[in-house]
Design a protein around this ligand. Sequence first.
Ligand SMILES: [Mn+2]
Length: 445
Amino acid sequence: MITVLHLSDIHLGSGLSHGRINPETGLNTRLEDFIAALTRCMDRALAEPVDLVLFGGDAFPDATPPPLVQQALAQQFCRLSAAGIPTVLLVGNHDQHAQGLGGASLSIYRTLGVPGVVVGDRLETHRLVTRQGPVQVVTLPWITRSTLLTRPETDGLSMAQVNELLLDRLRVALEGEIRSLDPALPTVLLAHAMVDTARYGGERFLAAGRGLTIPMALLARLCFDYVALGHVHRHQILCHQPLMIYPGSIERVDFSEESEDKGYVLVHLQRGGTTAEFCPLPVRPFRTIEVDLTAATAPQETLLQAIAATEITDAVVRCLYSLRADQVDQIDSAALVATLASAHTYTVQAHVEAPVHRHRLPDLSPDSTLDPLTALKTYLDSRPEVADLKETLITAATLLLESADDLTLDLPGELDRHDWDNNLPDPAAPPDDSAPPATQQLRLL
Ligand SMILES: [Mn+2]
């Protein structure tokens, strides 16, 4: 049996806005938190000791981390190298340059020839020798269209068509790797990917662009004794046969991870009988305090009570409250700041609700979905003093709307952008009957 420590999504250098400068070290406290979490992973790997460490990708927020941050990561992984524990560093989307040409921030480990460290920046099978014998690791880094396709192949294709083509290529390439595996050896697939059955974590907000979603069945092959995933920040087990796990990020990158446990996975790898356990890390708590004060008679008191009821000591806190315009003077900011002082860091966001306007014509409230002509008629019906102008105004409005329709059809560039953003059908395709009605197109513009 081979013991593996699987961690992912380190994102060292992310979320610094939630920290402050530590006067003793001069470093951002959130960078220190992330380093502490990574250090605990390495401590465990060495204490076990494990036979292999797999990193599932996204070491930094981008491909060009500052030397200080790059060095902090290297200091930890070099401990594994010194202890003779083989390590695979997979390239995630945040580790790639925008064009997806190799693992920019991680390839330095290969360039320097760090003993025992393998960089997975392409689909490839690595045969590694551990203290418990040999193991095969198939690396599947983040796939972009330039990884498997050339420009002429994708010209004129929609996003969905490009993704279909990418999956076809990936299927064939993965099949090639699988056929060259030694069936006698324990085998791991290490992939940085968005698997279709995953529940989203913070990565939804972190993604450096729209990416490819891979069907689980494409990766859940029984030739693999373990599928080690990276990319989604929420820890989850996607499949038991074979065992397929996202360990999640090792620290909270932002508030979307407020309620998630953070940690790594310890895997006991063997042919046909792999088991794994999630090992939580003691990371810094995030707390959201959200209070609606609009109905409160004593808003300041209600707000302070809500803060007092929350465990904020050493936590990253955000306090969101909404109040009426006439209540603004009743909030004492100095007292609020004093109450939040025990937090590690905090932000306060007040939302002042706009006074409610009474609509003279309920049918014409901002929520109504009348088309422009019907809305105009409704309005004119309510103004008997201009009854003799009604016909003229409606005729003029009809003409205006018609010429506006012509305008929207003449603005393909603008519509292009919308269709692309919404992943709608290719705008270059001939219009079909399902195209939105003219009034809807007007609203898009
Ligand atoms: Mn990622």
